[in-house]
Design a protein around this ligand. Structure first.
Ligand code: C2E
Ligand code: CA
Ligand code: CA
Ligand code: CA
Length: 278
């Protein structure tokens, strides 16, 4: 038994070393990525179910690493969060998205709100003042900025979060609850939170046609949202069947590969230009 314990310990220590050096490497390269401007924002259209037209965009970060190529956010955001690097990265995202949206407006394109994802670590008392500064610097009116926060963030420290969200809302921007249905917000909290929209998580949307429970949950969230006077957005819409279901059940907006994948800024600009001609 002693022998086994020792082997296990050696195995464990070796595993720890690998973890630590990977993490250190990751941190060093993320820090460098920020300095060297290796991050890019992709934009995914949000489509109105009433008009079929683009009524918004979500900014999604990508890391174009010289060593690894295009790195999706799920592979580096968790590290950035753990290391506190998510704050400077998130600041870059907010500045870039606001500046880009102002460029679109200055180019005469129909104005749309651009949504930015917020990590829980960003949602502190300093955030409203930072957002205000970014809006002033970019010249973007607050109405054209939307912030997406995940359901669980909201639940963490309800009192503080409500205060921060109220301060953000006073600036005039929109707030939506992301990944709705995967967390555990109670209905009474939802009523107290100053939010404008619910985003139904893509796991429910994916199973609409195959699973009656998912279909029922989607319907229920749409009703709940509307009772609370919130817009309801479905994400991860990949096929016509899902689209039709959401249309028939009164969902307000859809987002997903069927309507457009997240794309580089040049491509999204072309989409907006095309939209102006139709
Ligand atoms: P999210 O906010 O829930 O974003 C939706 C994710 O679903 C995106 O993945 C998007 O590319 C993907 N998606 C869109 N349409 C479809 C579809 O039809 N089918 C499927 N299967 N997926 C679809 P992405 O871009 O890899 O981002 C993953 C997550 O990383 C995001 O989830 C968000 O939590 C986080 N993230 C992305 N950008 C940022 C950022 O700037 N800041 C922070 N804090 N988090 C970010
Ligand atoms: Ca999101
Ligand atoms: Ca989501
Ligand atoms: Ca997510």
């Amino acid at each position: 038994a002693k022998e086994l314990g020792r082997n296990n310990f050696q195995y464990f220590a070796g595993w720890m070393d690998a973890q630590v050096s990977n993490r250190l490497e990751m941190l060093v390269s993320l820090r460098r990525a920020l300095d060297r401007d290796e991050f890019k924002l992709y934009y995914q259209p949000k489509i109105s179910l009433a008009s079929g037209r683009i009524i918004g965009a979500e900014a999604l970060i990508r890391w174009i690493s010289p060593e690894q190529g295009l790195v999706p956010p799920d592979r580096f955001i968790p590290f950035a969060e753990e290391a506190g690097l998510i704050v400077p990265i998130g600041e870059w995202v907010l500045r870039t998205a606001c500046a880009q949206n102002k460029l679109w407006q200055d180019a005469g394109l129909a104005p749309i709100p651009v949504a930015v994802n917020l990590s829980p670590r960003q949602l502190d008392q300093n955030l409203p003042e930072f957002v205000r500064q970014v809006l002033v610097e970019s010249g973007l009116a607050a109405a054209w900025l939307e912030l997406e926060i995940t359901e669980n963030v909201v639940m963490r420290d309800a009192e503080k979060t409500v205060a921060t969200l109220n301060a953000l809302k006073r600036l005039g921007l929109q707030v939506s609850v992301d990944d709705f249905g995967t967390g555990y917000s109670s209905l009474s909290y939802l009523r107290r939170f100053p939010v404008d929209a619910l985003k139904i998580d893509k796991s429910f949307v994916r199973d609409i046609a195959r699973d009656t429970d998912s279909a029922a949950i989607v319907k229920a969230v749409i009703s709940l949202g509307h009772i609370l006077n919130l817009r309801v957005i479905a994400e991860g819409v990949e096929d016509q069947e899902q689209y039709n279901f959401l249309l028939e059940n009164g969902c307000d907006e859809v987002q997903g590969y069927l309507l457009g994948k997240p794309m580089p800024v040049e491509d999204f600009t072309r989409r907006l230009e095309l939209e102006m001609q139709t």
